[in-house]
Design a protein around this ligand. Sequence first.
Ligand SMILES: Nc1ncnc2c1ncn2[C@@H]1O[C@H](COP(=O)(O)OP(=O)(O)OP(=O)(O)O)[C@@H](O)[C@H]1O
Length: 625
Amino acid sequence: MSTSHHAPPQITPLRETWRQLMTSARSRAPRLRASLIGLAVAAVVQGLALACLMPLFQALIPAADWQAALPWLLAMTALMLAGTAMRWWAQGFDYRGDMVHNTHELRTELGEQLRRIPLEVLQDKRAGGVNATLLGNVDETLSYVLTIANMMATALITPVAVALAALWFDWRMGLILLLVFPLLVPLYRWRRPAFGRGMRMLADANERTSSDILEYAQGLPVLRAACCAGKRAERLQASFRHLETIQTIGQKKGAKPNLVLATVMELAVLLVVFAGALFVVQGTLDVAILAALMVIAVRFGEPLATFVLYAKVIDLIEAALGKINAMLRIAPLPQQVPAQVPQTFEVAFEGVRFGYARAGETTLRGLDVRLPTCSLTALVGPSGSGKTTVTRLLMRHADPQAGRITIGGVDVRAIAPEQLNVLISVVFQDVYLFDDTILANIRMARPEAADEEVEAAARAAHCHEFITRLPEGYQTRVGDIGGRLSGGERQRISIARAMLKNAPIVILDEPTAALDTESEVAVQAAIDALVRDRTVIVIAHRLSTIAAADQILVIDDGRLVEQGRHGDLLAREGRYASMWRAQQSAKNWHVLEPRPAFRVMPPDLVFSGGGGSGSAKALLSGEKG
Ligand SMILES: Nc1ncnc2c1ncn2[C@@H]1O[C@H](COP(=O)(O)OP(=O)(O)OP(=O)(O)O)[C@@H](O)[C@H]1O
């Protein structure tokens, strides 16, 4: 999405733009179509009203004949009023609120589409890009459509209607008008590719800048800590400079041809007057017709000249429509019918092969494994070996290219997405809290849960105490206290969410890896309560934390290389045993000089004793044993 600024994008034909516009208008497409047709009709009626000037002037010049003039005066007034009424009705799409409803509907639908599109595809999109599409593109598209359509109709359709009517009074003048006014169309078409490209490049540059700003703002704490806020700011500056360059190119390329087009159109109007004057001198044209045409020509001069200037808004709309439609076109993962609901919760991977669409190589190379109901399975292995991918496939962020994944014997592709969501809870290492109250942040796991249920989940996740110590307890807004929640507290809130959700399958993605010992103990106690009587998958780098798992799967380069209990795997003296030994010896590494307090790896965080840390024992003790 954000990479397209490297290659100049293609231009969409106007017909396709119309189709995309109607798609974006969703349920309001018939009304938008009617409004646009209404504007075209109003433009024709306005043209006919102006054409009445010709017989009217004939009746008044040279000798004023009131009897002959009156009907034309009335006809002109009636047509003008009809045109205005029609335009009022058509513009009602904006002022009656259809446009606002439409933007809301489109935004909602794009929001829902975000939920439907495979997460693998979504991961490739930058947050700022998605934001730009949902906010900017939606507004750009729909807010300007009627204004631009009205302007185009006045600039193009009205003159053609006048020209056709002029044929009746003087075919030569009619013909000249017909040849001259539509000249705008080929001239505009000649300019359009450059305009369109410029607008798309501008839209891409805007999107890239929007993403960079968002990323910079969100990552500022990390960047400051890493002392590279300045370096990243340079990147942001580069993004601003890129935007400036694109805007400069757009101005340079757009402004001059615009002036040329405007001048050509003004000359064309002069040509009409010049030819008319010649015919009058020759005595072949009524001076009254020429006078009327001059009035009309002056009336058209401005819309014609400014049309080209405003035409770039069409390209802005088109660029926005392209982005919206591209998002709407992303197909969700196919759903097998009939949808089934698993009755038991053992998980099985059967011959699963998977490669990310973008990666071009296979990430999982044939995974066959069973995770019995209420068992705890640990995934271990080097970084990048595919552990997270295993859990992503279970959550159906993407589908494997071969093999299948089942829950209770039911292929996950046959489970409705909402149902699958109900079946699985995930606790990540990074906890995302929304800018809402603590209560709402926990309740989002099950929106219909009563306050008491939320509190019970919070108690079970060991967070009730610190929540009640907050200024407004459960009603405290996360945004107001932001950084005042420690990593461990945030983590426990996410565990409370999972508690409340009460899903039979739980995925733990290194939830304690980033915590200090004290927080870790509290979080482990919460996890211990969470994993009871559920099918659990833990991704772990610190082997001590999973030593008591029911089964440990050692993944290496997308393959299951070892499988078994901690003791068995140690006895096998294979991959796991060597990983274990490496971590065991690492626990005693110290940097003795020059800062005695600093260790390469804090031993009590990485390992705290033989067969597992106190907290790990908590995790795997109790009913799991
Ligand atoms: N969205 C993606 N698109 C393309 N490739 C990806 C994507 N996500 C992961 N990969 C690649 O797939 C491989 C496996 O990644 P995965 O995250 O499953 O590994 P992991 O074992 O969980 O690693 P870690 O322990 O570091 O979290 C890696 O080579 C990674 O670069």
